[in-house]
Design a protein around this ligand. Structure first.
Ligand code: ZN
Length: 239
C-alpha cells in the first residue's frame, strides 16, 4: 500500500485541498502529516480540520507548538512571529485540542515520522547537509525516516549522501534513508508548486509530486487578513 507523506501545510488551504484531491484521484488513502499544519497562512482551522479527517497519523511541528504557546516565538523572524500571533487569536478550541495532542515523533510499520530531526525532535534542528544527516542516522532504528521543517525536498541515503530527483529508488536491505518531503503550503526550493512524497513499499520507490494550486486564492485571503506582504509574495516564487 502506497503511503503519501505531506508536511508544512502552513494554513494554506488551497494547496492542501489540491494535494488531497490529487491523492484521492490516485486512490492513495494512507496519508501521514509531519506537522506545521498552521503558521504563516490564512486558514489554520480549515487546514487542521482537513488533516484530522484525512491523515492517519500526524506529528507536531514548531509552528504548531508556537501557536499553542508551547514554544516562545521570539526566535522566529518578525514575519513568522506576526503570523503566529494572528494564528493564536484565530485558532478555535477544536483545533487547539487536536494540535495539543500531537506527538513529536512516531514509529509505525518500521518507518519513523518526525517534523524536524530524529535527533532531539524538541530542539527543532534543521537537516540541511549530508554531514548533519549522517549524525541523525544514529538517533532512529528504522530504515526510513520522513522529515519536513526545511521546506526543501531531498533524500539522504546513509551510504550515498544527498540525492535529488523526482523518482528515487530505495535499497532498503542494505541502506537507510532520511527523506525530506518538502512543503505543501510554502515551498522554498524555488518551485512554488505544492510538494509531497509518495512511498511505494512494493516497488521500493519514492516519488515526489509537484502540483499547481491556485496561489492567488491564498494570497488574496492573506491580503484580506492583512498578513505580512513578504509572506504573501514568497508563495509565488517558492522561496
Ligand atoms: Zn514549516
Amino acid at each position: 500500500m502506497k503511503i503519501a507523506v505531506i508536511s508544512d501545510i502552513h494554513a494554506n488551504l488551497a494547496a492542501l485541498r489540491t494535494v488531497i484531491d490529487f491523492l484521492h484521484a490516485e486512490s492513495i488513502t494512507a496519508i501521514a502529516c509531519l506537522g506545521d499544519v498552521v503558521g504563516y497562512g490564512p486558514f489554520p482551522n480549515e487546514c487542521v480540520d482537513l488533516v484530522r479527517r484525512h491523515c492517519l497519523l500526524t506529528v507536531a511541528g514548531n509552528h504548531d507548538y508556537a501557536a499553542l504557546e508551547r514554544l516562545d516565538a521570539t526566535a522566529f523572524n518578525r514575519y513568522a512571529r506576526e503570523a503566529i500571533q494572528w494564528t493564536r487569536l484565530e485558532l478555535n478550541q477544536d483545533s487547539r485540542r487536536f494540535l495539543a495532542a500531537l506527538p513529536l515523533i512516531v514509529s509505525q510499520d518500521q518507518i519513523c515520522y518526525v517534523h524536524s530531526s530524529p535527533r532531539e525532535p524538541h530542539d527543532w534542528n534543521y537537516v540541511f547537509s549530508g554531514s548533519t544527516a549522517r549524525e541523525c542516522f544514529h538517533y532512529f532504528e528504522e530504515r526510513l525516516c520522513f522529515i519536513g521543517h526545511s521546506h526543501i525536498p531531498v533524500v539522504f541515503s546513509q551510504q550515498q549522501g544527498a540525492t535529488l530527483g523526482t523518482k528515487v529508488p530505495l535499497s532498503l536491505r542494505e541502506d537507510r534513508y532520511i527523506i525530506n518531503v518538502g512543503s505543501v503550503g510554502q515551498p522554498r526550493d524555488g518551485d512554488p508548486r505544492a510538494c509531497l512524497a509518495v512511498y511505494d513499499p512494493e516497488q521500493a520507490l519514492l516519488t515526489y509530486h509537484r502540483l499547481n494550486y491556485p496561489i492567488k486564492e491564498t494570497q488574496a485571503e492573506m491580503r484580506r487578513k492583512k498578513m505580512p506582504e513578504f509572506l504573501i509574495s514568497r508563495l509565488e516564487i517558492g522561496r
